[in-house]
Design a protein around this ligand. Structure first.
Ligand code: FE
Length: 291
């Protein structure tokens, strides 16, 4: 007797091209999403920075506060200088990740830097919401260098996965102990190959395509091209497959918070009152609670 375990492959709920927008002091970027949606919960925003024209990014993101969220910056190319009001600082280089838990509050700036010979800046910033119980937690940083992020090869090297957060076949990503149990993978699939990956029951999942093209469910009705957000439905696993081209994408999943969202700019709380308190504190200089 042959016992076949059929995985329930998640279908595509919706696919959306990212949209050009301006942020910070005038940074031209593409936004994959930037809204609270039950099918993306606990994630709030994903921005894609990709330009070789310094005018698109050099003005950067000068001093601004965050509270109630985590911001996760992943650079593929170029450098971003980071500094906060407590004196923490450093440079996020190509391949590095900064997983910043703003918690009760940080005031920081994020400034892309141009190289003299190489002006390409390419990276992503993801925002993950914090639950009410952790919105006012002590801020923390996890600065991960390129060589601290493991890459695993699967299916005879046809699939390569960089594990920023999560686990594949016993290899754990360096970011652990995050409340919403997120998974953050950078996946590349060779032509004529496939990748099936289990997603925890009840967790939301999305992909964002970086390069190439592929099919993001088993119906193969829609060829997804680059710079596209794919939001998945419920199910046990995702299945991504390719034909003539390879595809590279971010695959992100997490446990939904299912809490009310009160969001203004860089601060995300549960109620309007908490937002007012946060902005008043920022005005009168009492915003920073830890440090
Ligand atoms: Fe910021």
């Amino acid at each position: 007797m042959v016992l076949t375990i059929m995985e329930n492959i998640r279908k595509i709920r919706v696919s959306l091209k990212s949209r050009a927008t301006f942020e910070g002091a005038g940074v031209r970027l593409k936004r994959a999403f930037g809204y609270a949606d039950p099918s993306l919960d606990p994630f709030l925003l994903l921005d894609d920075f990709h330009s070789d024209d310094p005018n698109d990014y050099i003005k950067g993101f000068p001093w601004h506060p965050h509270r109630g969220i985590e911001t996760i910056t992943y650079m593929l190319h170029g450098n971003v200088e980071h500094g906060d009001s407590l004196g923490n600082g450093g440079v996020i280089h190509a391949g590095d990740v900064q997983w910043m838990t703003a918690g009760s509050g940080i005031i920081h700036q994020e400034m892309p830097k141009k190289d003299q010979n190489d002006t390409l800046l390419w990276g992503f910033q993801l925002w993950a919401n914090l639950p009410a119980s952790h919105k006012m937690m002590e801020p923390r940083y996890r600065d991960l260098k390129n060589d601290e992020i493991p890459e695993v090869s699967l299916n005879d090297d046809s699939v390569k996965v960089k594990i920023i957060c999560g686990e594949i076949k016993g290899t754990m990503g360096p970011v652990q102990d995050i409340i919403t149990e997120p998974e953050y993978l950078d996946v590349t699939i060779s032509p004529n190959s496939e990748f099936i990956h289990h997603i925890k029951d009840g967790h939301n999942a999305f992909a964002y395509t970086i390069e190439g093209e592929g099919f993001f469910d088993d119906t193969k009705t829609e060829l997804i091209r680059k710079e596209t957000l794919v939001i998945f439905r419920e199910g046990d696993a995702v299945k991504i497959s390719t034909e003539n081209d390879e595809v590279r994408f971010l695959l992100v999943s997490g446990k939904p918070l299912k809490e009310p969202v009160a969001w203004r700019g860089p601060i995300v709380m549960n109620t309007e009152e908490e937002l007012s308190i946060a902005f008043n504190e920022y005005q009168n200089g009492t915003f920073i609670k830890h440090g």
